[in-house]
Design a protein around this ligand. Sequence first.
Ligand SMILES: *Cc1c(COP(=O)(O)O)cnc(C)c1O
Length: 404
Amino acid sequence: MTAVAGNTTALAGRTAADIAIDESDTVPVFRPYLGPEVHAATTAALNAGFLGLGSRTREFEFGIESFLEGSGRYAVATSSCTEALHLAARLADIGHGDEVICPSFTYVAGHQAMTATGADVVLCDIEPDTLGLDAARARELIGPRTRALMLMHYGGVPCRDTEAVYTLAREHGLRVIEDAAHAFGSTTQDGHIGASGDLTCFSFGPVKLITTLEGGAVITSNEADVQVLHELRLIGVNSDTEARYRDTRTWHYDVTRQGYRSHLGSIPAAIGTAQLALAKEFIGNRQSYCRRYDEAFAAFPQLARLDTDWSNIAPFIYTVRCPDEMAREQLMAHLRSEGVASGIHFLGAHTFSFYRSARRGPLPVTEYMSERIVTLPLHSYMADRTIDRVIGAVRGFFGSGSGL
Ligand SMILES: *Cc1c(COP(=O)(O)O)cnc(C)c1O
């Protein structure tokens, strides 16, 4: 690889303690790694002077393809995962009059990407093991206008029902769009998420496992899709991508369709390549931090956790579930007072005014989880004392006579 990889080796040996959080600072929920490798890659890309979609974009796409180790899978980098999902839906020819069955319990970026095409979302419940789309519930929601099913791999944990959802899709001639914003690097018995399947979308947004600041990618097995995605990504222009992949531009081209301004430029792509070189280290660290949380929180049976040993998972967030909504509010307030931030992933889309009239099935698991779930800090490098602060703050709450 390039100078970026060389730099990584030269700088290897960093420890979490080197980039620790001061005792007096709040522990944030997210903390992107922006170390010297990232600065070096940014400076090199800026000095090269070619800013738009370029050879660095292609290099990053190659990097994603080889990381996923999928045979015949192609990556098309985009300006965000929201745009990746939007372009995937456009590619699948989803639009006005169509329905996409989505979990209500996911980030609203997924719903927005679908409704941006003019399609309607149909809000489906999740199953309680992995908080992924419940295939049996999805089956009940299929109607004459259904065109696609959306999967979202929560927190990096692969959906329990992935196979059942693909079976359902085959039976009804539907597309599957996988929102894998949380799951870059996670594996199943079929290899990495994104190494197989229909259309997989990743996020490289500010807080995701690896970041391009803002960015995403669509993964497809169909070589013809790649050309369509290139046109969708670059305002419908049919031939500019190849020239730009050589850091040049073309002056004669056709415009073949309605496209969007959704490409990934050279500087973010270079940051992505630098991050990718560290992804395995990020994943290994996060797995060990999740296991430390699990061990500590096993003492509190009131606090439900995902049932996983993290071994095949690239953890994006670490969540626990409180006994009820009131307990969650109290826990979050207590953590805040102890200098530990926490978050909520997610509120069901059916609670938002824009999706109030969306068709839906029963949503008991979504309701249950969205009232109780809380996200604790998880970073790619956490010093022992930072993890101890989070654990101590949680322990302090349950030991504080709150009656829970
Ligand atoms: C972050 C996220 C997205 C959107 O990603 P962007 O790259 O910020 O557009 C989509 N879906 C889920 C589940 C996410 O967490």
